[in-house]
Design a protein around this ligand. Structure first.
Ligand code: COA
Ligand code: MG
Length: 297
């Protein structure tokens, strides 16, 4: 997955627009974009939307962002949406692997009741939305086989920290949020799952979005959240591995295969060592996985 587009569960025609946006995943939101008094209706709308679209060929992945475990709303969210077979849920305000394990147990029970295979519903966790969560980013490894990705958020965190702003005048994240971003990246790498960069809220600023995508890819993120359909093409473009990068990865794998046991190889006057080989293999595996999921719809 390269792009994951948020759409409020009560978004009406936005839901259809999101399906046609080219996003790799659509995240139907029951959390921050839905007012407390709208939750019940939003759950019903989300379930109806999932039932209507789950059978479509070549559709994006269908993800539901439920309310966090601290809210007391998660059970009713899952009761409503799990029978409608989402591909994944997004768990906001996740405080480390323990929160993921907790949500995993809730999913397991509902899958059994709904007659879904164990582990059908995958999970993406929002790992940096509380101050406490920052200290737990290293605990996701092994928490649940459902967990396929970690992402991070600056909005809830800045409220919790009591900050006046989270970006500087040029739109760059300030230190506390750069730390959250780095902890998400390291936590995902440690857990061997996908690192997904946070939303870019200035949705008319395409150049700013592209810059942020490129910085994320440079650092090791392989996807980004979107809030507007216009952001999807830019995200997909930046996070689709470029032909030169693929060719270089293949050349590195081939060079090591040609000299078994070598610690380093030289290609075109540049030295590559084992970490380069690991990264090259990772990238090629990501491409294969993306191809498979596209084929399987
Ligand atoms: N998914 C699908 N369609 C969307 C969309 C989204 N996230 N955001 C906008 N659109 C649609 C609009 O409905 C509009 O459709 P139309 O041309 O048929 O009227 C079109 O794209 C252009 O939208 P635009 O006028 O540029 O923006 P807006 O003012 O309607 O919406 C937001 C702005 C921020 C309210 C909207 O983008 C949105 O709801 N984003 C998601 C919010 C969310 O889920 N937040 C929680 C996670 S942080
Ligand atoms: Mg939030």
């Amino acid at each position: 997955m390269r792009s994951l587009l948020f759409v409020p569960a009560d978004g009406g025609k936005k839901l259809d627009k999101a399906m046609a946006s080219g996003a790799d995943a659509v995240i139907v939101d029951l959390e921050d974009s839905i007012a407390p008094e709208g939750k019940t209706q939003a759950r019903a709308l989300a379930a109806a939307f999932l039932k209507e679209t789950a059978g479509q060929a070549a559709r994006p992945r269908l993800v539901v962002r439920v309310n966090g475990l601290q809210t007391g709303l998660t059970d009713a969210d899952l009761d409503a949406v799990v029978p409608a077979r989402p591909d994944a849920i997004m768990l906001p305000k996740a405080e480390g692997g323990a929160a993921v394990a907790h949500a995993d147990a809730k999913l397991t029970a509902r899958e059994a009741i709904a007659g879904l295979p164990d582990g059908h519903v995958k999970m993406v966790a929002l790992a940096t939305e509380t101050a406490q969560a920052l200290f737990l980013c290293g605990t996701f490894r092994g928490a649940s086989t459902r967990l396929t990705g970690l992402t991070w958020g600056a909005e809830d965190l800045s409220a919790e920290l009591g900050a006046e702003a989270n970006r500087d005048a040029e739109g760059r994240f300030l230190d506390p949020y750069r730390l959250a971003r780095a902890l998400c990246l390291a936590g995902a790498a440690a857990a061997e799952i996908q690192a997904i960069d946070t939303v870019y809220v200035d949705f008319r600023n395409e150049a700013g979005l592209r810059r942020e995508c490129e910085e994320a890819r440079r650092d090791g993120f392989t996807a980004k959240l979107a809030i507007h359909p216009a952001q999807v093409a830019v995200i997909n473009d930046v996070f689709t591995p470029k032909r030169e990068a693929i060719e270089r990865a293949k050349a590195i794998v081939a060079a090591f295969a040609a000299s078994p046991g070598a610690g380093t190889v030289g290609i075109g006057g540049v030295m590559y060592d084992r970490p380069h080989l690991a990264r090259a293999k990772q990238m090629l595996a990501g491409i294969t996985a993306a191809g498979e999921s596209a084929k399987n719809g």
